[in-house]
Design a protein around this ligand. Structure first.
Ligand SMILES: Cc1cc2nc3c(=O)[nH]c(=O)nc-3n(C[C@H](O)[C@H](O)[C@H](O)COP(=O)(O)O)c2cc1C
Length: 239
């Protein structure tokens, strides 16, 4: 005797409908995976930069890095820059603010009270003589929460004594560069620190010699994928 399919009772689930929904769902998930893989594989590292020509004069350069990761992406940027700068016979020093104890400025008003810029005894003791010699200061930071890393920001804030009227000495910095990298694929993610940098150098009357932003890098060494390091090296050579 032929059987007729039973209509589901109230609250009962139709197995056939459920299976076809599951089938469509799996197909969509599969397609989504393929599309995601396609885009993540094709979204290349992007590099945006500009630099102005150097005078050719040898100068003292200080590179201030901002990551705690040794050989991370911004470290590799800094290294490439230094390689170029040394090739052009500049004197180069590198201070890794992410790997040295560097407290935040306390705004305690103690600047110069002990004959030196700051009363806090930490790695700023090593940094400040370099700041007083450097003619070109290069900030090299990863993007943290759409901003400079906290490490490099602490080091920047500790330069506050050099903006005080009662300063006993000054920095020799006349020019600056900004090198940054981040995971974001959008250049606009760097807008915050780029604007802070612009205002800072305007306030200090420093001359902006170049900027380099690298998007789409997160894992160790990802920055080698594109021309970022070549550009950083060229910026160093041209410093
Ligand atoms: C605390 C923290 C915050 C971050 N915030 C951002 C961010 O806002 N935007 C972004 O694109 N990447 C962000 N990143 C990713 C780093 O910028 C990215 O991994 C970068 O390549 C790290 O550089 P490094 O290897 O030199 O440390 C963040 C990473 C950390 C650890």
């Amino acid at each position: 005797m032929a059987t007729t399919p039973q209509e589901p009772q109230n609250g009962q689930v139709n197995r056939r409908k459920l299976l076809s929904f599951a089938g469509i769902g799996s197909l969509l998930a599969l397609a989504g995976g393929v599309v995601y893989k396609h885009f993540s594989a094709t979204s290349a590292v992007k590099v945006e930069s500009f630099m102005t020509s150097g005078s050719g004069r040898k100068k003292n350069i200080l590179v201030l890095t901002g990551s705690g990761r040794k050989q991370g992406n911004s470290d590799l940027l800094a290294e490439a820059f230094v390689k170029g700068a040394l090739e052009a016979s500049h004197n180069v020093k590198v201070f890794h603010s992410g790997r040295e104890p560097m407290q935040a400025c306390r705004h305690c008003g103690g600047c110069w009270s002990r004959g030196k810029p700051c009363v806090i005894d930490d790695s700023f003791e090593k940094l400040f003589p370099w700041l007083e010699q450097a003619e070109l200061l290069v900030f090299c930071s990863p993007l943290y929460w759409y901003n400079f890393s906290g490490h490099i920001k602490c080091a920047m804030d500790r330069m506050y004594p050099y903006s005080q009227k009662n300063r006993l000495r000054d920095m020799q910095v006349r020019e600056t560069m900004l090198l940054m990298c981040g995971q974001s694929h959008f250049l606009r993610s760097f807008a915050g620190p780029a604007e802070a940098y612009r205002q800072m150098i305007g306030y200090k009357h420093w001359n902006d010699r170049g900027r380099l932003f690298v998007t789409g890098v997160d894992e160790y060494g990802e920055i080698v994928k594109d021309k970022a390091l070549v550009t950083a090296e060229e910026m160093g050579r041209n410093a």
